[in-house]
Design a protein around this ligand. Structure first.
Ligand code: RIB
Length: 290
């Protein structure tokens, strides 16, 4: 099945800190690193490394030609990437000593998608699987057009915003991938089993994957609930672990329709991602999972 990530590209500026800065506090960082990220780009790379190839629909500034070179080197098909005058998105990321992070995203070019662009993409990209996150504009439009073109839709509601519940055609989503924060915001529940039940009640024909970091992950639909413990590893940086999980899950699930195996593979890939620094740079190649 053809796979498309429709989403953001960011330049990540990472501040390595002892703890995530608190309200009214000023802190110094130990060092600063830069990298390539954005949930759309990370998920395209995870899909490509898991499945062998994937497309990315995104917007990149005309001054950032090296990002295209980078994507080609990762075997990401960039035929839908729009080169534009706006600044490429960027993210300010704090990573603490335990490898946990907090992220602020400045959308830049990620907020400039037009209905014409969406139409063009889905005139060509049909009957595949489309992965969406919430770092770009026009997501409701993208969901509708992706669905009309016969694509399976996987939605990762990150970063969460209230507009998702108010304005997005969530009944078109085939698979939700949420962490405990997003699952909690979508349902008002806190415990994993209750989140999964509430998701099924609200979206009875959708499947939900709930990721809980070190506490493992779940898959649930109307017929089964499956739990997968996390693989133990040294945590260096959790950035893009969720993106890695999602790419490996979808690649495996669309190949074998086996949610148990897809969860196992995705958990293994995410464990490797958290053991390395960076976003796109931490996503493992398929051979590393052997
Ligand atoms: O999921 C991690 C990503 O979130 C980072 O690469 C950052 O750019 C933000 O989009």
């Amino acid at each position: 099945m053809n796979l498309l990530s429709f989403g953001s590209v960011n330049r990540d500026v990472v501040y390595h800190v002892d703890h995530i800065v608190r309200e009214k506090e000023t802190i110094s960082c130990r060092n600063v690193t830069t990298g390539i990220g954005g949930k759309g780009l990370n998920q395209a790379i995870a899909l490509s490394r898991a499945a062998g190839s994937a497309c990315l629909a995104a917007r990149i500034c005309e001054k950032d030609g090296e990002l295209l070179v980078f994507l080609h080197a990762q075997n990401v098909d960039t035929r839908f990437v729009e080169i534009c005058p706006e600044r490429t998105g960027h993210a300010i990321i704090q990573v603490d000593r335990r490898g946990q992070n907090s992220i602020i995203v400045a959308p830049g070019a990620n907020a400039g998608f037009t209905p014409d662009y969406v139409e063009r993409v889905f005139t060509e990209f049909r009957d595949g699987a489309v992965v969406l996150q919430n770092e770009i504009n026009l997501i409701p439009e993208v969901m509708k057009k992706a669905h009309e073109a016969g694509n399976l839709i996987l939605f990762n509601p990150s970063p969460f915003s209230d507009a998702i519940l108010r304005e997005y055609p969530l009944e078109l989503v085939d698979i939700f991938v949420v962490n405990e924060v997003e699952g909690g915001a979508m349902t008002g529940e806190r415990e994993p089993e209750k989140i999964l039940r509430a998701m099924l009640e609200a979206y009875p024909s959708s499947k939900t994957v709930l990721t809980l970091g070190a506490e493992g992950s779940y898959f649930a639909d109307r017929r089964v609930t499956i739990y997968q413990p996390a693989f133990r590893t040294e945590v260096v940086d959790t950035t893009a672990a969720g993106d890695t999980f999602l790419g490996y899950f979808l690649s495996s699930y669309t190949k074998n329709s086996d949610p148990k195996e897809a969860l196992r593979l995705a958990s293994k890939a995410a464990a490797i991602a958290v053991s390395k620094p960076g976003a796109a740079a931490s996503i493992p190649f398929f051979e590393e999972l052997a």
